[in-house]
Design a protein around this ligand. Sequence first.
Ligand code: ADP
Length: 419
Amino acid sequence: MLVGCIADDFTGATDLANTLTRCGMRTMQIIGEPTGLPPDTDAIVIALKSRTIPAHEAVAQSLAACRWLKQHGARQIYFKYCSTFDSTDKGNIGPVADALLDELGSDFTIACPAFPETGRTIYMGHLFVGQVLLSDSSMRHHPLTPMHDSNLVNVLARQTPHKTGLVAHDVVKQGAKAIASAFADLQSRGIRHAIVDAIEDTDLLHIGEAVAKLALVTGGSGAAIGLPENFRKRGLLPKRRKPKPLAPVGGGGVVLSGSSSAATLVQVAAMKAKYPARAIDVVELSVNKDKLVAEIVAWALSKLQSCPVLIYASALPDKVSEIQLRFGREQAGAMIENAIAAIAKGLAQAGVRRFVVAGGETSGAVVSALGIKGLEIGAQISPGVPATLSYGEPRYALALKSGNFGGTDFFAEALEALK
Ligand code: ADP
């Protein structure tokens, strides 16, 4: 293993695994705490669900993952978080990065959530989402990690007792040598975390080269694109072509959507226009979950002989607010996640093996319900979302999509990609 990665959520882990695979690394994703020996891979991404749990728990889980990765030969550790730097003043990016630095006996790392392919860029330490600052984007309304400050140097400074600094774009664009000397300068001034500007992939490649000797790199999935080349130069990573195709699992395909993000709502509308679709009635769900789940499973099975189906809880913001007011935000979320997980389990017991899941938390619930411990990563379906195949028996073909990823026809494209 060359790179050992710790991701703070499931779809983020898949996103990073996708990036590394596309850059020629054989990559495996492990769900939750790893056990046993890792297979022969270049990179392992351990998917935690640690983004919004208490900081001390995120630290403990991340340290356990780091120790396992180091014990099994990882030469560099990568801590992956969201490209919109999802966090609060309590953490968890700062506390986890500090703990990992201590564990690795190091005192400097970078923080670079840029992902230009999906419109996340950093300039003068400020994070942009498309054409607007992070604090003007829909992330300001995020239920768990509302982002009101776009200046990442300041955001991170509130999460760590150590000094934070910036490597600005005028340095980044000069290339790896200039960036590495900026790192040395920051370190000499006692700075432990450097936000690094990046507005295009060339910047990320320069940054990748400059971090070759760092024990810990932190960022979104974009900042990983420069890492494989460091290992190739050292003769540790052969040139590989595309990932080998995933083994087919066959049978009907089901789309499960528990995301109400803007991109998902468009995708749900497009899928509904083509294929049978069933909305999960949250009020009915609250009255008799088991009956509703059984009904939906039977409905899906009756259609799957001839075409794929969509099952969704996704709703417009005012409908979501109404449900949250009635049942409580977290309770409503958990109730829907549990129902979608139970539907997935019911369908799996009836032999369904192909699932497209929309929503980070929803994907976590489904993958756990199916008892999946690891994923093999295949070709990219859309930026940030690869086709995957579960390890163990039975094998499932899965596409796990974070809410705001994918174009209008993502669901149909994903079903096509999952053989
Ligand atoms: P995303 O990746 O878009 O953030 P997630 O699955 O991570 O999607 O989170 C969406 C959350 O919203 C889940 O907890 C889900 O159960 C909840 N949810 C989905 N549909 C509704 C709805 N109609 N009303 C209230 N909550 C909902």
